[in-house]
Structure formats: structure tokens, C-alpha cells
Write a protein that binds this ligand. Sequence first.
Ligand code: PEP
Ligand code: MG
Length: 593
Amino acid sequence: MPAAKRGREKWRGIAASPGVGVGLAYVVDRGRVHVSRRDIDKSEIDGEIARFRAALKACLEELEGVKARLSHGEHRQILKAQQLMLRDPDLTQDVETRIRDAGHNAEWAVAEATDAIAATLDKVTDPYFRDRQYDVTFLGDRILRALQGDSAAAMAFPKGSIVVASDLSPGDVAALHSSGVAGIVAEIGGRTSHASIMARAFEIPAVVGIEGIIDGVRTGETMVVDAVHGLVISNPDEQEESSFRGEVQRYREFEARVQKEHGLLATTTDGTHVVLRANVALHEDLESAGYHGAEGVGLYRTEYLYMNRTQPPTEEEHYLLAKQVLARCAPYPAVFRTFDLGSDKPCTLFEHGHAEANPAMGLRSLRLALRESDHFAAQLRGLLRAGVHGPLRIMFPLVSGLAELQIALSMVEVAKRELSEGRIAHAADVPVGIMIEVPSAALMVDQLAQHVDFLSIGTNDLIQYTLAIDRENDEVNYLYQPLHPALLKLLGLVCDAGKRHGVAVSVCGEMAADPLFTWVLMGLGVRELSVHPAAIPVLKNLIRASALGDAIALTKRLASVATAPEAEAFVLAEMNQRFPEHLLHGAAAARGQ
Ligand code: PEP
Ligand code: MG
């Protein structure tokens, strides 16, 4: 007897790669690899280490094989990052020490070493770095499979299917692409896991973070993945299915249209150019920046260089990294933010003395850099040296006042003098700017602007500190309101001061990437946005279809709105009239608006 048709079900997850897909479910249930502990004899140590090294080699070769099958450099870069993790001496040494000193079998040593790294990453509040734990877990399982003689070859998936899995590996995503899969649903993996990043790179709609979904769906059932609103529906009714199929078509056509124009400048119909630069955390983001039409890097997050290591990076490392970035960006500039560690980007390299009760207001960011002045100086020297290779800019995060800025600026001068005295080539005219992330900096911006070459508003932190809401706390997330009148007032102060002092003002927080806010920012006077690379084509298209005069008029009307919810409703209504398709690509859409 055929099984009875199951009813419609709906789940909510995290929209990890935008788009809409409809197809038949293909459930992949691989689970984690189970290992048992065995205490080994001294005579077995060399053999176990040799088994571990052979397994590692097999995994590296396997990733190399997948990489070779990919045509796009960006996707290859992501696999390269996985290979780098496998080659990390911290991992290999830890496994080998566990075999040699603790007398564990190779499987147990690998499981313990990778679990320990994943547990450390799990404590990190920055979502990008926290999500690296999934890569570590995935790579650990991959080594274990190789140790157990299991070939972990990438699978093939039915064309047009919706793949439902506990987690996906980059190798799987490569196979997904060549199979022409319509969507991905995963139980684990945040927005910034490599699987999510690759899904975005291949433009496969993906919703992740739906616990238990592989038990709730059967292979062959019709599924909708609405990765605009973070929704997944199984067994939709006929009308619903056909309406989603229409959406799939419209979404694809729009994306193709805006990507085709990615190389054009974002110039308004009345002739104002808004510069679109990329926010970059890892080297692999650079290729994506070029592909999506970025005019350089507006925020290079150098803190990644300090993560997962036992010693801070050297001057030479800073120099080499910046030199490489500039080569990739040419002829456009690259803005390097000096290390922004602490609070949501914790780092074990620098001792705090005691646990901080309130790390967001503690020893973080520029304050930490000024305390760790030797390491700060090493970074400044490396960056100044790299400045001879292209238009490099230096930016200080979390500046709270002039006294602190003056110390940081004097350190730049000292670094230049020392380099000159040592006859070491460097650029003496590197522009130096600051992030406006603290209300005190926004209020004193007139004073600060006189000492710097540019200002970049970090709305993620500026909203946090202005509205007194922890940006990582879901309980108060509803108060995270970019259109709060208090925030708009501060943004206005910064833009006006920029104009008065002839200093460029950009916005590099998440607010800049959401099309809902583009007119407001333009209306306030912002002429430069720095956003994650994939957001660039949509923003360029929106700006090219806009008149600056209309944006200014909207912002003037907004000034008389008293509350954040009213402001949001007002801007949403206006922007939705003009740009309904663009809004589907913003964070506001994911909030269910
Ligand atoms: C910001 O605060 O807006 C910003 C861009 O910096 P981060 O998110 O890295 O703190
Ligand atoms: Mg910040």
C-alpha cells in the first residue's frame, strides 16, 4: 500500500544564501563519525602517527581533487582555506602529542584535538569566527573517515532537488553545483560557515540552522526553500507551490540583471557617484569583491590574523598580507583596520589580567592596541611598509575621543621615523582615518575630523552603544533599530562634519548593506558604502535608478518622525514602492518585513 501523502509543514531557519528554490527533497543523513578510545603501547606510537599523517594527506588530496573540478577561483579559495586548516601545525602537533604523550590511538587523538578547537571557537561571539567550528568539526570527521578507510568522495545529487542534510562540506557543495541543485537546507551551520559561504558563491538558495529537519522530511516530498525570509515548507499546497515557482523565476531574472551591471559605477540619475567598496575578513573574500564590482576594500578586518595562534603576527606578516591585498585590489585602495580585538572578537593572545564583567566597554579594540603598544607598532610598521605597493589606508577602530586618537597618531609618526632612520622603504603619506562607533566620537566629530583623512561609521557598534543594546543578545535584538532618531542625529552630525572639514565619510556597518537604508544614508550625505561583496550589485543597481534629490527629500521628511518603528514603517513604505525587488535582498527582508 502506498504511504499516505504527508501534510504541509513549515520551519524557520537562518537565510544563509539568498534566493528561492522549489524541488523534490533529497535527504542526506550521514551523522557524525563515532570513534572509540584505545590506549596504545609505546611500540605502536610511530605506526599511529604514520596512520594519522597518511589520513591527513588523503584528505588534502581529496580537497585538491574537488578544487581542480571547480572553475571559479573564488570557490577554489574556500577549499584552499580548508586545506590550510588541515595543514595548521597547531592541529597536527596537538594530535601527535596526544598520540605520543597520552598514548591514545590516532582516531581518539584526532577527535579530542578537533573537539577542543571547536569548543574554543564556540565561545567566540563574533559569528564569522564562531562558525569556523563547523569547518573544524567537518575536517575532523573527514580525517576520521580517512583513518577508517572510508572514501569521503563528494556525492552526486538529483538535478533540481532540495538537499536536506545535517551539515554539508565544501566538497558536497561543489557536487551540488554540478548537479544543478535548487536549494539547500541544513540543520547546523551558521550564515558564515564555509558551506553557507559556498552556497552563496554558487548562488544556491540555502536555509540553515533548522534542528531536526532531516527527521521531519522524506526524500521525494515537494519542498520550498525561501531563503529570503528564512522559511522552509514541505508539501506545500498547489497554489503555494505555483506562487513560489513564480518567485523563483523573478528572483533569478533580477539577480542576473544586476550582476550583469556589476562593473558600472553607482552614479545617481542626477550625477552623484556613490563609491561601493568591500568588507573583507579573509583573503578569499577579495576575489568575491572583484567579481561583484567593488571599488577596493573599505574595511579589511585584520583581527583574523590574530586568531587561533600562539604568537601575535610579526611586522613582516602584516607587510606581506597588506602587500598581497593591495596587489589584488589595484588600482583601488584598501583600508586596513588596525586590530579590533576583544569583546565580540575575543583573542587569547593578550592577557586581560582578570575576566571582564562588561567586555563591550572594556579593554578592547584601539584601547587594547594602545596597551599592547609593541604589537600595535609592529602592525603600523608593516602597513606603512606595504604602502609603497599601492593606495593603502590605515583606520583605527572604536576611537572614543581626541586624547586617545592623538596617542595613536603619534605612534604612526614614531613608526615612520623609525622606518626612515632604518632606511626601510615605506609610504610617508598613508591616509589615516577613524571609525565612528562610539557616541562620544560622533558628538566630538568636528574636533576629530581635523586630525584625520577620513571617517568610517561602524553602525554595528554605534547602534549598540547609542541605544544601549548588546548586539549579540537576542533578547534585545528588537531594539537594534538603525532608523532610531537618536542614531540618525549622530549620523547627521558625522556627515555634516565631514563636509565642513573636507573629509570623506563612509559607512561600513551592516546598515550599509541593506537596500532599505540606502536612500537615508545618501540623503544624510554618505557617498561611500563598504559592504559584504555579494551585496554590491543590488546596491549599485538601486543607486543607479535613484535621484539624489529624492533621497534627500525622503531623509528630510524622516527628520520629523519621532519613533524608530514609525521611521522604519515610513522608509519601508517609500522604498518598497520604488524597489520591492531590491528589498528582498536586504536584512530587512530576512526580518520578515
Ligand atoms: C561596526 O561596528 O559597524 C563594524 C563595521 O565593525 P565590527 O562589526 O567589526 O565591530
Ligand atoms: Mg565595530
